[in-house]
Every structure is written in C-alpha cells, then in structure tokens.
Ligand binder design. Structure first.
Ligand code: HSE
Length: 428
C-alpha cells in the first residue's frame, strides 16, 4: 500500500509539491509509493494549475488531520493559526508532519516537538529555511559531529534583492521597495521581510539545530534594512564592503553564551557572502574540524521549496517503509533546554558609524578622544563629503564590546560640534 499524504494548503508551495509528485519520472523511485490522498484548500471553486480529483480536494482541514488513513500531513498553509493547531492535532493523532512554516516552528517549536516526541512521530522542516537549499538536514546529520562556531546566513531573498538593487543602481530603499512590490518580489505588507522578522525566525531555527538547544525568539536581536541608506552603501563600497542583511548565530566556546542576531552588516567584499546577490540565499557554517561550508541556492519559489518539502516527505516514506519502532535521533528534535543568549552589550564586533558635524577644527580629535575614553580603537576615519554645510565623517572601529561603543556614542552625541549620527552599522 502507498503512503498517504494529507496536504494542507495549495498555494505556491503546495502546488509546486503536487506538481513534483505528479511528475515522478526520473526522480527517486520511492516517490511512486506516495499517494496524494487529500488536499485541504480554502475554496473548491478557485481555478488551479494542477488536476486533482474531486474526492481529493476538501475544505475540511480538520478532517484531514483526523483521518486515520492519512500517514503524513504536509502543512503548507503558513501563518500561525490554524497552522499550529492543525500540526499539533496531526501529531497527537500519530501522523508525521512536514512543514515549511518557519514562523510557527520558531514560535511554537517547544510544544510542537514535545508533542511529536510524545507521539513518536517526526516533524520535518527542510523548507522552513533557505527554500530549496538543503541546510536543515546537513545541520542535523552531515555536520552534526562538528563543534559549530558560526552559522551566518543571507536567509531573506526580498531584502537581499532590495539591497542588491540599491547597491547596483545607487537607489533609495523606498524607491526599490516600491518597485520590488510592483514586480512581485516584495509583499504588499513587507514588514516581515524588511524588518528582519522572517530572518529572525530562520536563524532561531538554524541556531537551535547548530547549537543543540531551544531558542527563545524574543532573545534574537532583530534590526531590518529600512534605515540603510544609499549614502552608507556608497561609503561601504569605498571602504571595501557591501551591506547585507545577515542572520548570525555564533558561539566562541561550547560553554560561552550564544549570540543570535539579525542586522544589516558591512561584509568585506572578499567574503564568500558578499557575492550572494538578488533573491538568492546562502548559509555559511563554520565548525571544527570541518572549517567553512557554504550552502547557496534559491531561497524561495514553487519548485525550489517543493524540492525541500518533497525530500522531507521521502525521508518519512523511507521511515514508514522500514517500519522501525525506534525513533531515529538524527530526524527528531529532542532539545529540552533553552540556549543561553548573550546580551548585545557583550557582543564583540566592529562598527561603522557616520556623523554629520560642524566643519570646524578639532572635531575628528574630539571624536577620537571620546572613543578612546571607552577603549574603542578606530580602524579608519574618512571625511570626503559634505551634506550642505555639514561635514560627513565616517569611522570604522576595531573589534569592541558593543556596550563600550554605545557609551562612547552617547558621549559623542553630546558634543556641540556633532549635528547627528545618521547611521550605525555592524561590520563582519
Ligand atoms: N519571504 C521570504 C524571503 C521567502 O523573502 O526570502 C520565504 O521564506
């Protein structure tokens, strides 16, 4: 007998998955064992790009997760509810779940995985991060013998597309965002992408797998790209950097707290992540003894995401076929403890800051003195431009604890010669 799927949702990802499953020639032979048994949709009347019989399509999603004939539930409706409740119900009913839902996993992972472990079933989530890029399974399996130091990702295609266009065209954020919305690269409500929330969900998931513990999403420092200006992109380029929205999880030693954060970052032009452009995603993993490994590919799209969803389905088909009663620890998420997250004030990083100042003698000296008072050492100081009457001074620091840097800035803000500090960015 075939393995029966109950698919919840027939949007971009659901449609791509059905299309892949209906066209199995030349792919893994186990795909032929899969039956698309039920597909839950909001409306039966909507025209669709795929053919499914009327017995398969239903608007009753609850009935799918409660149907004893369904072996695997594929949740691709997205959003928090009813996705969370349907996943929990499916798991409680002893069904394996495949999901692409990073928002639900990042927020409700603890209850979802606890429920799965109690029921002795698996939750697979390859499509939740990086679209078609295999990164969840490598972190769980192929790289899991390494002591991971760093996971750094460009994990949001929308913001990478916007920043790439700002860089190549010298355009403003708001102009590129409006055009990206017109072209369908950005949502009408772009908040989750441009404010870094989508990337925060994704790095919380990657950090949990890389560093073997639960992550409280509220602990992930999150800053989006709205405040990145074309002026800063141009200065960054002059200084040998590109600006990327990075999602970073880092731990210096197995006993030190984890730093997990999302923010626009100046990336050296020679760094492997600097050349990831447009809607593409990449995730760089550093571990011992392996060194650096980078995963690169399409972070969204029907076909790419369907590839990830269907590979999860295939793993579960293999589990069901071998009929093992013992949970495979390389497929479960069994973390019980939360990772200890370091406060941002303790983060050691380089900074880029841009100051608008009165053009008078001694300003650079005063800036240097304030920084020196808090142990902030400067790597470069550039004064090339003016904005009206005001001089524009850009500094890049050496590595410094963020708390020291902030204290120095507070003192600098009070200097009479300083008009404003329009930009402050971290440097990789
Ligand atoms: N909104 C996401 C992005 C795609 O722009 O990368 C889905 O994760």
């Amino acid at each position: 007998m075939g393995v029966r799927l109950g698919i919840l949702g027939l949007g971009t990802v659901g449609t791509g998955t059905v299309q892949l499953l209906q066209d199995s020639a030349g792919r893994h032979p186990l795909l032929q064992e899969i039956e698309i048994y039920r597909v839950g949709v909001r409306s039966l009347d909507k025209p669709r790009a795929i053919e499914l019989s009327t017995e398969v399509l239903t608007t009753d999603l609850e009935a799918i997760v409660n149907d004893p004939a369904v072996d695997i539930v594929v949740e691709v409706i997205g959003g928090l509810e009813p996705a969370r409740s349907l996943i929990l119900k499916a798991l409680s009913n002893g069904k394996h779940v495949v999901t692409a839902n990073k928002a639900a996993i990042a927020r409700f992972g603890a209850e979802i995985f606890t429920t799965a472990n109690q029921a002795g079933v698996y939750v697979m989530l390859e499509a939740a991060v990086g679209g078609g890029i295999p990164v969840i399974q490598p972190l769980k399996q192929s790289l899991s013998v390494n002591r991971i130091h760093t996971v750094i990702g460009i994990v949001n295609g929308t913001t990478n597309y916007i920043l790439t266009r700002m860089q190549t065209e010298g355009s403003n954020f708001s102009d590129v965002l409006a055009d990206a919305q017109r072209l369908g690269y950005a949502e009408a409500d772009p908040t989750a992408d441009v404010d870094g929330l989508d990337a925060a969900d994704k790095i919380a998931i990657l950090a949990s797998l890389g560093f073997d513990g639960r992550i409280n999403l509220q602990d992930v420092y999150t800053e989006g790209i709205r405040q990145v200006s074309k002026t800063d992109i141009a200065y960054a380029e002059k200084l040998g950097f590109v600006i990327k929205l990075l999602a970073i999880a880092k731990r210096d030693t197995p006993s030190s707290p984890l730093s997990v954060r999302v923010h626009p970052t100046l990336v050296p032009q020679a760094h492997p992540l600097a050349s990831i452009n447009g809607v593409y995603n990449a995730i760089l993993v550093e571990g011992e003894p392996i060194g650096q490994v980078m995963f690169f590919g399409p972070g969204a799209g029907a076909g790419a995401t369907a590839s990830a969803v269907t590979s999860d389905i295939l793993n579960l088909v293999a589990v069901l076929k071998t009929n093992t009663a013992v949970a495979n620890p390389l497929l479960t998420c069994g973390h019980q403890e939360y990772c200890q997250i370091a406060p941002m004030a303790e983060l050691i990083t380089r900074f880029y800051a841009r100051f608008l100042t009165n053009d008078q003698p001694g300003v650079i000296g005063k800036l240097g003195t304030c920084f020196g008072n808090y142990g902030v050492s400067l790597e470069s100081v550039v004064q090339t431009g003016f904005q009206g009457e005001l001089a524009e001074i850009v500094v890049v620091t050496h590595d410094v604890p963020e708390g020291n840097f902030r204290q120095a800035l507070a003192e600098i803000q009070n200097l009479s010669a300083i008009e404003s500090i329009p930009s402050l960015l971290r440097v990789l």
